[in-house]
Design a protein. Structure first.
Length: 318
């Protein structure tokens, strides 16, 4: 028989896992490693990248910083979540706010300290990232749209850490020789940024009751649902710009299958958006966006699967 005390301990662990969105962290780790292998350092073999302990520290620091970000988000959004996500909110409340803050500061300290093993610049990068996440969580309820832009930017911020890790140490003339790679990177980032921004705006529609009750000036609260839907539709159309460059200008290998499929899904998404008028509908759309983002992570492999065992430059010499 499991004692009551042990049951409570297990529930608290599950609660903390829920607060830090533990189910998202493996996806974030995978996305960073796949980006390193196929986008930032395709000339290296996958094994050499996986065995790079400095890169491991950067990815590890990113992951626990994001986990701490979910904690501080939960701390500031506790009242809103009682309305928007009552079941999850009750589970999250099994861990006290004091404990959450203790874990939050501990994770941030570990992230900055570990980053020092890479360089003081890496440590500074994560210190800035931690501050920006706190600032967003603390101030976002005061600004419509601006909060969505910051949230989307913070979601892709860790990938700039990987980019800086590979390019900051290079001489200026070598950085210039990687200009095409950097252009592809920023085009990928712009596509992901737009998707994440759309997701944040759909979440505002999904959480409109809690935002309204707690005085959060989101776009649907301040301007109405139709203006919010119009803004989302414009953003969906804007995805055509990075998709065009990624398919027709840059070489993304077989990943163009993902972009073609994703663009069709986004057209259907837009049509469904205008027919949606309940939290359940918006939640379904939110899940579609989650699927697109996660599918995009796995689709990075399609850029050039042979990079996994050879590396791009090695292939060219065979």
């Amino acid at each position: 028989m499991v004692s009551r005390k042990n049951k409570l301990r297990v529930l608290k662990i599950v609660s903390l896992f829920s607060v830090v969105r533990g189910y998202n962290i493996p996806i974030i780790i995978l996305a960073q490693y796949l980006s390193a292998i196929f986008i930032f350092a395709p000339e290296k073999s996958a094994l050499s990248i996986l065995l790079d302990y400095r890169l491991f520290i950067v990815v590890f620091s990113s992951s626990i910083t994001i986990a701490s970000g979910y904690i501080i988000n939960s701390f500031y959004d506790s009242k809103k979540d009682l309305i928007n996500r009552p079941n999850k909110s009750m589970l999250d409340r099994l861990v006290s706010q004091t404990t959450k803050l203790q874990v939050y500061f501990a994770l941030n300290f570990i992230a900055v300290l570990f980053a020092l093993l890479v360089s003081w610049r890496a440590s500074l990068f994560f210190a800035v990232y931690i501050f920006l996440i706190w600032l967003y969580s603390h101030k976002r309820k005061k600004y419509a749209m601006f909060g969505n832009l910051i949230a989307a930017f913070l979601a892709i911020f860790p990938f700039f850490g990987i980019l800086l890790y590979y390019y900051f140490r290079l001489p200026l003339n070598e950085i210039e020789s990687h200009s095409d790679d950097l252009a592809v990177t920023f085009t990928h980032a712009s596509f992901l940024f737009i998707l994440l921004l759309v997701r944040e705006m759909v979440k505002d529609l999904e959480n409109i009751k809690g935002d309204l009750a707690n005085g959060y000036p989101t776009i649907p609260v301040v301007f109405g649902e139709n203006i919010s839907k119009t803004s989302i539709t414009i953003l969906l159309l804007l995805t055509a710009v990075p998709v065009y460059f990624l398919i027709n200008v840059f070489d993304v290998g077989y990943m163009d299958i993902y972009f073609y499929s994703g663009f069709i899904i986004m057209i259907l998404f837009g049509l469904r958006l205008w027919k949606s008028n309940s939290r359940e509908h918006y939640l379904q759309l939110h899940n579609v966006l989650k699927f697109l983002i996660v599918a995009g992570v796995f689709s990075i492999v399609l850029i050039d699967p042979s990079v996994l065992w050879h590396g791009k430059k090695l292939l060219q010499t065979i």
